[in-house]
Design a binder for this molecule. Structure first.
Ligand code: CMP
Length: 139
């Protein structure tokens, strides 16, 4: 079973759609293996998105990610990384397919409701940013 990390961002939590987002993942056969609500500090958000530290949107992104609680979760299933990305839709909601989370709920590329790892290798490091192996219920 492949694993991936997803985050319901502060806009998703504020819009009260945690259940809706999780349900969309579950309906496509993904299993929640670990889940936690946390408030990221600015430093915690910078660490998570360190790969984007040279991008012009880095400061706004990390301000936004530390602006309110987020829900971090590990999802598992066949082709989990690709599946989660398909369910989320394109990073920019204006380009997302109808029926995807971002098309249906996101206001902009900055406030785009969810994050999902972009490859299995990234998923492994992103999962371990938030969870240790004892937190992940694979049974
Ligand atoms: P996410 O999948 O969480 O990964 C990085 C985030 O940066 C992305 O979603 C967007 O919310 C945000 N972002 C803002 N501008 C851009 C951009 N031009 N390209 C990619 N991501 C961007």
């Amino acid at each position: 079973m492949e694993k991936t990390l997803s985050i319901i961002k502060p806009d998703g939590v504020k819009k009260n759609i945690i259940g809706e987002v999780v349900s969309r993942f579950e309906k496509q056969g993904l299993k929640v293996l670990a889940m936690r609500m946390i408030s990221l500090t600015k430093k915690g958000a910078c660490g998570f998105y360190a790969v984007h530290s040279e991008r012009p949107f880095f400061n706004d992104l990390t301000d936004f990610m530390s602006s309110g609680p987020v829900v971090v979760m590990v999802l598992g299933g066949g082709d989990a990384v690709k599946k989660v990305r398909a369910i989320m839709g394109a990073t920019n909601p204006a380009e997302a397919e109808p029926g995807t989370i971002r098309k249906d709920f996101a206001d902009s590329i900055d406030n785009n409701i969810v994050h999902g790892s972009d490859a299995p290798e990234t998923a492994a490091s992103e999962i371990h940013y938030f969870f240790n192996c004892l937190d992940i219920c694979e049974g």
